[in-house]
Design a protein around this ligand. Structure first.
Ligand SMILES: [Zn+2]
Length: 180
């Protein structure tokens, strides 16, 4: 975590905001608690107003270092110019997969914000969320196509051919065996 040289103005503002966030999260009308999988929007809703009311804006710029590592910064910027910043490194196995990159950015934004705003997460949900994230991050090329075989000639087909064939002929056929 990085801070401005002085935090004497932002510190009491965060304390005030945190008290408000605490009661917002406790309120049963808050969608944050009704949803099993709190998304970025729910986390934002749980804290943005309380921060803003106390002179704090929340910024989440995405930075890329010289060696190509991407970070999501979460900055609490006080109207006095003081700030508190945390950075979260984004780890994506397939660097050139924009969808995985997008999921990773959303994930980092949500967790960084939830963490810096001190918003609790239900323990029961942690595993589900972790599994969902792992699933999201797995590049499509990791899906093993070996179990998909043409039902006529038993040639192995990839998942795209299998999907197409199933939706069209209700059966997996390779390109050669697909009815013309
Ligand atoms: Zn075939």
């Amino acid at each position: 975590m990085f801070t401005s040289p002085s935090i004497q103005n932002i510190a009491p503002a965060i304390l005030k905001a945190q008290k408000e966030i605490g009661s917002a999260v406790k309120g049963s009308s808050n969608p944050f608690f009704k949803s099993k999988y709190a998304d970025l929007g729910a986390v934002m809703e749980a804290c943005k107003e309380a921060f803003n009311k106390n002179g704090i804006s929340v910024l989440q710029p995405i930075e890329t270092s010289d060696n190509g590592i991407t970070y999501v910064d979460t900055i609490l910027l006080h109207e006095s110019g003081e700030y508190i910043k945390s950075s979260m490194k984004i780890a994506v196995k397939a660097d050139n997969d924009p969808q995985a990159q997008g999921s990773a950015v959303s994930y980092a934004r949500r967790y960084s914000l939830q963490s810096i705003a001190f918003i609790p997460a239900e323990d029961d949900d942690a595993e589900t969320t972790r599994q969902a994230v792992i699933k999201e991050f797995r590049p499509a090329s990791n899906v093993t196509p070996t179990t998909l075989k043409c039902s006529k000639c038993k040639t192995t087909v990839n998942d795209k051919v299998a999907d197409f064939s199933k939706s069209r002929f209700k059966e997996i056929y390779c390109m050669n065996c697909q009815p013309k």
